[in-house]
Ligand binder design. Structure first.
Ligand code: ATP
Length: 247
C-alpha cells in the first residue's frame, strides 16, 4: 500500500526553474495495478524517484505500508522492488550474478537466492541468457534482468518505470501476465507509461498526470465516463490537456 500526498519537486538550472512535480497525490492499493500515465516530461519519473527514496520531495508526504519514507527510508526500501528508468545492470556480471548481487545486498542466503532466481527466470523466460554476461544484451534482456533483480527479495510493493519501453509484442505480453500474477498475489504494483492502451490493458486504476499535476484518477471506464469519449486515446488527450499540442 502506497500513499503519496501533495508532492512537490523543482529543479534549478541556469535557464531557470523547472517545477517537475506540483502537488501530486494518489493512493496505490494492495492487490491492484496502478498506472501513472502522462506525456513526456509530465513528472512521472520524478514522482517515482521520490517514492523509491532516490530524491526527497520539497514538500509532501509518502507512506509505504504505513511507514513514512522521510522517517525510515531503509525500512521502506526493503518493502519496495524497483525497476528504475535507467536499468543500470552491471555489464561485467551475468544476469544471474546481477540478481544474486542484489539478493546478497538484501541479506538473503544463497539457497533462497538460487530458488528465487530460478523461479523468476522461468516466469520471465530468461533461461537462454541467464548465465551470459549482460554486456551486449538486447533491451528486452536487460529489462528482464533488471526486473528479476528488483524482485529477488520478494517485495510487497513493486514500482516499474516504463517497464515495456522497447519490448516486443511477446515480451510485453509475458510481462503483463507477470504483473497480473504479482497483483493476484496481493502485491501493490505501480508502473508508469505514456501509452494509454498500455495502461488500460493492465491497470485497475489510472492516475493521469500532466505538467506535474494529477489531472484525473479512475478505472478506464470511469475515465471514459468523465470525458464522454469512447476512445481511450482521445480520453488521454482530453484529460492530459494535450488538445492544443502538435499531433
Ligand atoms: N535532474 C533533473 N534536473 C533538471 N530537470 C529535471 C531533472 N529531472 C527531471 N527534470 C525535468 O522535470 C520534468 C519532469 O521530468 P520527468 O522525467 O519526471 O518526466 P516523465 O513524465 O518521466 O517524462 P518521460 O515520459 O519523458 O520519461 C521535465 O521537464 C524534466 O526535464
Amino acid at each position: 500500500m502506497i500513499l503519496l500526498e501533495n508532492l512537490h519537486k523543482s529543479f534549478r538550472g541556469k535557464a531557470g526553474t523547472v517545477h517537475a512535480v506540483k502537488g501530486v497525490g494518489f493512493e496505490a492499493r494492495d492487490g491492484e495495478i496502478t498506472g501513472l500515465l502522462g506525456p513526456n516530461g509530465a513528472g512521472k519519473t520524478t514522482t517515482l524517484r521520490m517514492l523509491y527514496t532516490l530524491m526527497a520531495p520539497e514538500q509532501g508526504r509518502i507512506e509505504v505500508d504505513g511507514i513514512d519514507v522521510a522517517r525510515d527510508p531503509a525500512a521502506v526500501r526493503r518493502r519496495l522492488g524497483v525497476l528504475p528508468d535507467a536499468r543500470g545492470i552491471y555489464k561485467r556480471l551475468t544476469a544471474r550474478e546481477n540478481i544474486a548481487y542484489f539478493g546478497r545486498l538484501h541479506g538473503l542466503d544463497e539457497a533462497t537466492i538460487r530458488a528465487r532466481t530460478e523461479a523468476m527466470a522461468k516466469t520471465l523466460a530468461m533461461d537462454d541468457f541467464l548465465d551470459r554476461r549482460t554486456e551486449g544484451f538486447s533491451q528486452g534482456q536487460r529489462t528482464k534482468t533488471a526486473i528479476a533483480r528488483a524482485l529477488v527479495h520478494d517485495p510487497r510493493n513493486v514500482i516499474l518505470d516504463e517497464p515495456t519501453n522497447g519490448l516486443d509484442v511477446m515480451t510485453t505480453r509475458g510481462l503483463r501476465g507477470f504483473l497480473r500474477e504479482l497483483r493476484d498475489e496481493g502485491r501493490c504494483v505501480v508502473f508508469s507509461s505514456h501509452i494509454m492502451q498500455e495502461v488500460a490493458a493492465l491497470c485497475d486504476r489510472i492516475v493521469v498526470i500532466a505538467h506535474g499535476e494529477v489531472r484525473a484518477i479512475g478505472t478506464p471506464d470511469e475515465l471514459r465516463a468523465m470525458t464522454g469519449l469512447p476512445d481511450l486515446e482521445d480520453v488521454f488527450v482530453r484529460l492530459a490537456g494535450l488538445e492544443g499540442d502538435a499531433a
